[in-house]
Ligand binder design. Sequence first.
Ligand SMILES: CSCCC(=O)C(=O)COP(=O)(O)O
Ligand SMILES: [Mg+2]
Length: 231
Amino acid sequence: MILKSPKYILTDIEGTTSSISFVAEKLFPYFRNNILDLAEMTENPIVKAAFEQTIQLAKSEDGETISTDQEIIDKLYEWSVEDRKITPLKTLQGVLWEKGYQEGELKGHVYPEVAANLKSWKEQGIELGVFSSGSVSAQKLIFGYSISGDLTPYFSSYFDTNTGGKRESETYKKIAQVLQINPSEILFLSDIVEELEAADSNGFQTIQLSRDGMTPSWKQFVTSFDEITFE
Ligand SMILES: CSCCC(=O)C(=O)COP(=O)(O)O
Ligand SMILES: [Mg+2]
């Protein structure tokens, strides 16, 4: 697929740069297996704030009143099993994954052609950024400790659910405003059609990644970054 060169490429992670199975079978179980460590980390301001947010969101999202550390941890565990894209869960996943990456138990999966294309796009003068439901810290970890080496130098900005939901149109408007780039000059890459629709409705260019035999469901799709080339 040959496109007019964008000024900026914004990429999703799970299902786009990295496999869904790595997230589902390695990252999420690592979080659940180590979740009790959070009970020893409640003095950490990031953990403390996320616990408070969990109490509030348990009420507003699930109509449940929780207060003890154990109840909070149980709620986070439940949300993790359900793969809920809830900000305090995503923050705390990043907190626990850090140890896993540092100790070598986790190594960030990226598809084999990803690093070379990030490098090539950057060399063509295109700025690169990430938008994932995973927290910004978690994004920096998966790319910083990736099987293709440290890929963080390729990215100049990172966005997570603190900016907004990935399926909400308003989020992409905010991202373009933060970047101060006309939406038509931003190319968004994702596997999820609802995310592509939300970006498209704001005038972003969009391409769906159809990885690992996934049936494409968007007007423009590729199976690998190698298929994306610019004029
Ligand atoms: C930052 S790696 C972990 C990804 C993650 O936690 C997740 O929920 C995947 O969301 P994405 O928006 O990258 O599809
Ligand atoms: Mg995805």
